[in-house]
Design a protein around this ligand. Structure first.
Ligand code: ADP
Ligand code: ADP
Ligand code: ZN
Length: 217
């Protein structure tokens, strides 16, 4: 599970972890945005919250994660990016894990100072097709405006405007930051320095997620 404020690099790292460990990357933000693009009823309901930089209500969010985890590709493990985001989602997720007879290996908090988050989000470009994220100067695509992974079109997300970013960070502090102590209390929390280059953050996550007492490869 990857924890961290908007812009910490969760999506970037979740994609790398998913490729490296050959398990799906489950991002509630990506699921919601895909549902918005497809104009499903759930997507239309979620859009009202996403557009305002608010969290989608817990009941809807918990249900989509439950459905996603029931897919066969999640049976051997998964990376969670952007879920849970409230203590209520975290307790519901604990119950889901217990029902599936699974345990969490690690909760990785990616730590990045506020000024850098704002800089990253206001310069983030996101693929409309596969949701991969790029940065205009720090992680640019090979061809401007085109996704390296799928050839899709890159856009600046509406909720990555300067004004919305500040609000999303406030929502994070109020509703999601308490998860750090929740998972610290459970003995699962590991914190990595998210200001390092992408590959260095990745190595730190792999090392932090290695079994207790174990060594990273
Ligand atoms: P970020 O890249 O900023 O971390 P995400 O792509 O994860 O953002 O999420 C975008 C939006 O989708 C959020 O602002 C929120 O409206 C909604 N969302 C995503 N995940 C959740 C969740 N677990 N609970 C509630 N809302 C969520
Ligand atoms: P999150 O999913 O946590 O909101 P993203 O993975 O989308 O974050 O990353 C936010 C922005 O920061 C993107 O523009 C991404 O390219 C960039 N980014 C991610 N990790 C790093 C890093 N280690 N160094 C520099 N830029 C990064
Ligand atoms: Zn793409």
């Amino acid at each position: 599970m990857l924890l961290g404020p908007p812009g910490a690099g969760k999506g970037t790292q979740a994609r790398k972890l998913s490729e490296s460990f050959v398990v799906p990357d489950i991002s509630t933000g990506d699921i919601f945005r895909n549902a918005v693009t497809q104009r499903t009823p759930m997507g239309m309901a979620a859009k009202r919250f996403i557009d305002r930089g608010e969290l989608v209500p817990d009941d809807v969010t918990i249900l989509i994660v439950e459905e996603r985890l029931a897919q066969p590709d999640a049976a051997a493990g998964f990376i969670l990016d952007g879920f849970p985001r409230t203590v209520h989602q975290a307790t519901a997720f604990d119950a889901m894990l217990a029902a599936m007879d699974k345990t969490l290996d690690a909760v990785i908090e990616i730590s990045v100072p506020r000024e850098l988050l704002i800089q990253r989000l206001t310069q983030r470009a996101t693929c409309t097709n596969c949701q991969a994220s790029y940065h205009l100067t720090d992680a640019p695509p090979k061809t401007a405006g085109v996704c390296d992974r799928c050839g899709g079109t890159l856009v600046h997300r509406d909720d990555d405007s300067a004004k919305m970013v500040l609000h999303r960070l406030e929502v994070h502090d109020a509703q999601t930051a308490p998860l750090v102590s929740y998972y610290k209390g459970a003995g699962l929390l590991r914190t990595v320095d998210g200001t390092q280059p992408i590959d260095a953050v990745f190595s730190a996550i792999v090392a932090a997620a290695a079994p207790q007492g174990g060594r990273a490869a």
